[in-house]
Design a protein around this ligand. Structure first.
Ligand code: BGP
Length: 501
């Protein structure tokens, strides 16, 4: 296959501050809601990983930058930790925190890698939660815009792409509606105010970046699940349409000027959260749209759902988690699809070849005026230790026994390390998705780049190191970095502009 991709296509990698940096209280950093939940024990970390240390990039920056240079990455997307930069509600600026991101940006540029900065990847400052109830309070939007301005003043001349937020639906819905991620508040429908406020914060931050005259392109990053009906049964087709409103359209509609979904509109109007002019701020035009995609999501009705499950507790748990995010009683259940399934702490994930293409096509058809797109995350998770990958019908006890082996403070088992390094499953999955990029290019749909999640193993939130996405392995005890097979493979992909043959 000769590459249909333009020579300007950007091959890169992605990561996030909370998942990679560690140094949770280093050099004046304030705690985030994740730090607080971890410290007070309300987060159960699946494999006992130290979330405060994560992959310790804060103390190993040069080593990680050198690995990116060796990979040949052309762009790297990182996030900036808001509580590392602004440490209280009065707006105290932590210069050491800004210095760290200065070093990161300069280190990338010195290695020929374009910096792509995301201002928020879920690590809401604890002080914001205490001050105004986090995203539940309208003040959060003003605070976020001010923070954006501070970062723009420091890095505005050197960042190539600015993303206000990563998947804002997740911290809003899971943090304030369903309450299963920090700050773990189950506010039910009232929690939808957080969706409005986080979108408002995005729009105000876009305006702040523009007023600061940053040199790079400005956009945001959304998770687009590419919801599909589980079968062609009309009940499933209807369920998929409903599910799209709760997932794919939830953020895209208001950002693209189509207003909130009815469910949200009624609630935020009743609560007085939505004021005149807000929807214009939210729909501030963007230069670029980051799309995160892993696998399609399949929808059916709760009554039909059981027939899609082979068996097993994990699936039931995942079904429950996703369905609760959609809200009770809307007639939608998310079920496994037809693709090859992989182990994930969320119960099921599947490779859906062609799914990236279908998802971007759906965005293109549904929002013809969409900004240019970059695939800001795509990856394939693998279980660690790899024995867990075989757990299709795992019980809590088998799973914990396997994970307990990997937890302790001792260096890891050589066999496990080898299994992690020989990651042919990751290569296969990424190759399918890169083929989709060629297909999209030949259809004339403008995708400007593709970033692998992730350049290096990081903590998968409360699942610790038990699910890994990196091109480089990290020993959870010693923090030693070792490139996996996928590292050399992706280096070739970059060199040949995505030509896989
Ligand atoms: C995205 C997040 C990342 C990362 C990734 C993989 O949603 O932006 O932070 O965690 O997902 O996780 P998952 O397997 O849950 O999709």
């Amino acid at each position: 296959m000769s590459s249909a991709l333009p020579a300007t296509f950007l091959w890169g990698t992605s990561n996030a501050a909370y998942q990679i940096e560690g140094g949770w209280d280093a050099d004046g950093k304030a705690p985030s809601v994740w730090d607080t939940a971890y410290r007070n024990g309300s987060l159960r970390v699946r494999d006992g990983a130290d979330l405060g240390r994560a992959a310790d990039e804060y103390h190993r920056l040069d080593e990680d930058l050198d690995l990116m240079r060796d990979l040949g990455a052309q762009a790297h997307r990182f996030s900036i930790s808001w509580p590392r930069v602004v440490t209280d509600a009065e707006g105290h600026i932590n210069e050491s925190g800004l210095d760290y991101y200065d070093r990161l940006v300069d280190g990338l540029l010195a290695r020929g890698i374009l910096p792509a900065a995301c201002l928020y990847h879920w690590d809401t400052p604890q002080w914001l939660e205490e001050r105004c109830g986090g995203w539940m309070g309208r003040e959060s939007a003003e605070q976020f815009a001010r923070y954006a301005e501070i970062v723009a003043q420091r890095l505005g001349d050197r960042v190539d792409q600015w993303y206000t937020m990563n998947e804002p639906s997740h911290p809003a819905m899971a943090g304030y509606v369903a309450g299963f991620l920090p700050p773990m508040r189950s506010e039910g429908a009232r929690g939808l105010d957080a969706v409005h406020n986080i979108l408002l914060a995005h729009g105000m931050a876009v305006r702040a970046l523009r007023s600061a005259k940053v040199s790079g392109r400005i956009g945001t990053i959304l998770s687009v699940a590419g919801v599909q009906p589980a079968t062609c049964n009309p009940a499933d087709v209807q369920a998929a349409e409903t599910a799209r409103r709760s997932f794919d359209r939830l953020m895209l509609d208001p950002l693209m000027g189509k207003g909130h979904a009815p469910l949200i509109r009624e609630q935020v109007q009743a609560d007085g959260a939505c004021r005149e002019g807000d929807m214009d701020v939210i729909a501030e035009p963007l230069d670029i749209l980051g799309v995160n995609w892993y696998s399609n999501m399949y929808a059916t009705t709760p009554e039909r759902a059981p027939m899609f499950f082979e068996s097993g507790n994990d699936n039931e748990k995942a079904l429950h988690a996703f369905s609760s995010m959609l809200g009770e009683g809307n007639g939608v259940a998310i079920v496994p699809g037809p693709g090859r399934r992989w182990w994930s702490p969320r119960g099921f994930r599947q490779e859906t070849p062609g799914g990236l293409r279908a998802t971007v096509e759906w965005v293109h058809e549904s929002y013809p005026d969409h900004p240019r797109i970059i695939i800001t995350e795509n990856g394939r998770g693998t279980a660690y230790p790899s024995a867990a990958e075989g757990l299709t019908e795992s019980t809590e006890s088998t799973e914990s026994a396997i994970l307990a082996e990997s937890a302790g403070e001792t260096a890891e088992d050589a066999g496990q390390l080898q299994a992690s390094l020989n990651d042919a499953v990751r290569i296969r999955a990424l190759a399918h998705n890169i083929r989709d990029l060629h297909a999209l290019a030949s259809e004339g749909i403008a995708v400007d780049g593709y970033y692998v999640w992730s350049n290096i193993d990081n903590i998968q939130w409360m699942d610790g190191f038990s699910e890994r996405f990196g091109l480089v392995h990290v020993d959870a005890a010693t923090m030693k970095r070792t490139p996996k097979d996928s590292f050399a493979w992706y280096r070739d992909v970059v060199r040949h502009n995505g030509d896989l043959e």
